[in-house]
Write a protein that binds this ligand. Structure first.
Ligand SMILES: Nc1ncnc2c1ncn2[C@@H]1O[C@H](COP(=O)(O)OP(=O)(O)OP(=O)(O)O)[C@@H](O)[C@H]1O
Length: 254
């Protein structure tokens, strides 16, 4: 079983300490985990630290996987190159090496991500011609085409319309179930979190404030502490938990 755990992880930019002693129990693969926190809480910094892009004290422990199995999708994926969607996904596939010849299984992986992220009709389009939502879907496809075992995604649905948000979160859940991958997604929409993510980790003041099962951890009290918002959880007409925002509470912990 693939898993990820943090042991007293720290990170800084110059003299500015952003994360201190961030620790989690084992986050198991096979389902989605949400990384929550207010703006500037340090979510992207934590991803960079886990991905080995920032040094710092503490340990990132992976079980059944190593650093080469990890892919990090940043918030803003620059896509100015004059490549088609198809070419850009092949480039992402081949960045780990292995020469330019494509095996049958690699071709199947490319077709698979194109299909699962609704990109089949866009395969021949140039990247700079795409809309923001289309670019985000391409970024997700590029991230998953190598079938990584550990996936960190920074706000992967921020540019998507309502229907595409559900579609993409469903596809990500399926990917996690099929591959057993650990998938941590920084998300701001708590209703998406309640629908799609089995577990959450909440970040504030450079520390992990809470981790655990979404419906147990994501209480109105935690939401007030993280975001300064009064809220309650109710059920939608289909029985899914949804968060109702009542309004600002007190200043959020930052
Ligand atoms: N390259 C950098 N150099 C210096 N400080 C940085 C750098 N990147 C981020 N920071 C600072 O680190 C803190 C955490 O930023 P980070 O991007 O990790 O937050 P975040 O939780 O991902 O925020 P958001 O929800 O707004 O994307 C912020 O105060 C930010 O200004």
């Amino acid at each position: 079983m693939v898993s990820l755990a943090l042991e007293k992880v720290s990170a800084r930019y110059g003299h500015r300490q952003i994360l201190s002693d961030a620790s989690t129990p084992e986050i198991e693969g096979g389902a989605l985990t949400a990384l929550l926190g207010a703006n500037a809480a340090g979510k992207s910094t934590l991803f960079r630290r886990i991905a080995g892009q920032l040094p710092g004290a503490g340990a990132v422990r992976l079980s059944d996987a190593n650093e080469t199995d990890l892919r990090y999708m940043p918030q803003d994926t620059a896509m100015s190159a004059a490549l088609t969607v198809y070419e850009s996904i092949i480039l992402a596939l081949k960045q780990g090496g292995g020469g330019w010849r494509l095996s049958a299984s690699e071709l199947a992986s490319v077709d698979d991500v194109l299909h699962h992220f609704g990109l089949g009709d866009l395969a021949d389009r140039q990247l700079p011609e795409l809309s923001g939502g289309q670019r985000q879907a391409v970024g997700i496809a590029q991230t998953l085409v190598t079938r990584p075992k550990v996936v960190l995604m920074d706000e992967p649905t921020s540019a998507l319309d309502l229907y595409r948000q559900y579609e993409v979160l469903d596809a990500l859940q399926n990917y996690a179930r099929e591959t057993g991958a650990v998938m941590v997604l920084a998300l701001h929409d708590l209703n998406q979190v309640m629908r799609a993510c089995t577990t959450v980790m909440a970040l504030a003041e450079g520390r992990i404030l809470a981790t655990g099962l979404t419906l147990e951890v994501l209480t109105p009290d935690l939401i007030a502490r993280l975001y300064g918002i009064d809220s309650r959880v109710e059920r939608c007409s289909r029985g899914c938990p949804v968060m109702i925002v009542d309004g600002p509470a007190r200043p959020a912990v930052r």
